[in-house]
Design a binder for this molecule. Structure first.
Ligand code: AMP
Ligand code: ZN
Length: 114
């Protein structure tokens, strides 16, 4: 996807603060953190949102969650917890049209969200 911000981040054309990378997944710090630790975990293949994933491509989602588990443990969130979020579409507040999962931790988070 030529015009996709997160595809450009994966390609290294736009700088990011990387925390994790493997063959399917890339993770970096959110530029506008909403918690002491706010990481975005994205698939290296472009999907517009979670609605666009099908069939064997769900391996990307598995691997995103695996990366989230690893990062949550590394950050020490096992005891107090953390949150994983897929904002999807207009009502979900999705602003970047490349599938991404937010990992938020380091403080007590409110529920329900605004
Ligand atoms: P969403 O609103 O769920 O689509 O999440 C998109 C997220 O991407 C927001 O939390 C933004 O702060 C974040 N974001 C936008 N541009 C960048 C960037 N260049 N580097 C890191 N995070 C970004
Ligand atoms: Zn993309």
């Amino acid at each position: 996807m030529e015009d996709c911000l997160f595809c450009k981040i994966i390609a290294g054309d736009i700088p990011s603060n990387k925390v994790y990378e493997d063959d399917m997944v890339y993770a970096f710090y959110d530029i506008e953190p909403q918690a002491p630790e706010h990481i975005l975990i994205i698939p290296k293949k472009h999907f517009d949102s979670i609605l666009s994933v099908a069939g064997k491509d769900f391996e990307y989602v598995d691997r995103m969650i695996e990366a989230a588990q690893k990062l949550a443990k590394e950050k020490g969130f096992e005891k107090d917890g953390f949150r994983l979020v897929f904002n999807t579409g207009k009502d979900g507040g999705q602003t970047v049209q490349h599938l991404h999962m937010h990992l938020l931790g380091g403080r007590s988070l409110q529920w329900p969200p605004g």
